[in-house]
Design a protein around this ligand. Structure first.
Ligand code: BMP
Length: 260
């Protein structure tokens, strides 16, 4: 049972290099916190990454919302990630035919495959998307979080879609880092990491359909390994302080979960 296993043991079972790296970072930094850096200015994004860096295992970006994006943003962002030892994670949610995804992943203004070891993918369009990510240009060590469930109210994902998404992930153990979901899904592969967005202490929802659970709930009841916190940290008066607080709650919940 994945939920009772330590990250150390699961790291040995992971076949994807980014999953192995994430497990290692989580153990060493004692953090399962991934911050969603949904920030509109390049300078603010860098300052935010620097502030929360010590407390996170991954920084999740939507790089296409940065209003003054310039490719020169990437190098300092990578330096911050290296210095604080976290993974850059572009939440692109690829959902097109394989050939188009190949271009979206490795070409264009953002050249995602050159700087983001981790990306998200929708299973909707079929496994051609995964083949495209696997064979595209870019850095060698790469991983995919496949989206099996969503946190938003009224989303159209069915139980079968979720099950079939897990099956698809299991066909690609070397490429898949883990699954984005909201419940303790059954997968035969404890090397997969479960990523759970929609985590906040203050609010239960926003005004556009986002639904939140508390950090304790997602780790102890929903099976989250890594929790994604966005506005709970980015809109806090002091993001570094908030990040440290979430980190501690999440880590203690993980210790509690694996305790026999
Ligand atoms: P916030 O905590 O501010 O609501 O941010 C959540 C982040 O997680 C957003 O970047 C969003 O794109 C992402 N996300 C989500 O909220 N629900 C999902 O099901 C999948 C996501 O990637």
């Amino acid at each position: 049972n994945r939920l009772k296993m330590s990250f150390e043991d699961r790291e040995k079972l992971a076949k994807n290099p980014v999953a192995k790296r994430l497990f290692e970072i989580m153990r060493n930094k004692q953090t399962t916190l991934c911050v969603a850096a949904d920030i509109l200015s390049a300078t603010d994004l860098l300052n935010f990454a620097e502030a929360v860096g010590p407390h996170i295992c991954a920084l999740k970006t939507h790089i296409d919302i940065v209003e003054d994006f310039n490719p020169n943003l990437i190098q300092p962002l990578q330096q911050i990630a290296d210095r604080h030892n976290f993974v850059l994670f572009e939440d692109r949610k690829f959902a097109d035919i394989g050939k188009t995804v190949e271009y979206q992943y490795s070409k264009g203004l953002y050249s995602i495959s050159s700087w983001a070891p981790l990306v998200t993918v929708h299973s909707l369009m079929g496994p051609g998307v995964l083949d495209a990510i696997k064979s595209s240009d870019g850095a060698k060590a790469r991983g995919v979080f496949l989206l099996a469930e969503a946190s938003s109210a009224g989303n159209l994902i069915s139980e079968n879609y979720t099950k079939d998404t897990i099956k698809m992930a299991e066909q690609y153990p070397e490429l898949i880092t883990g699954i984005v979901c909201q419940s303790p899904l059954f997968t035969n592969n404890p090397g997969f990491i479960q990523l759970c967005p929609g985590v906040q202490l203050e609010n239960k929802q926003d005004n556009l359909g986002q639904k939140y659970n508390s950090p304790l709930t997602v780790v102890l009841e929903k099976g989250a390994d890594v929790a994604v916190v966005g506005r709970g940290i980015s809109q806090a008066p002091e993001p570094a302080v908030a990040a440290e607080k979430y980190k501690k709650i999440l880590w203690n919940a993980y210790l509690e979960r694996i305790k026999t």
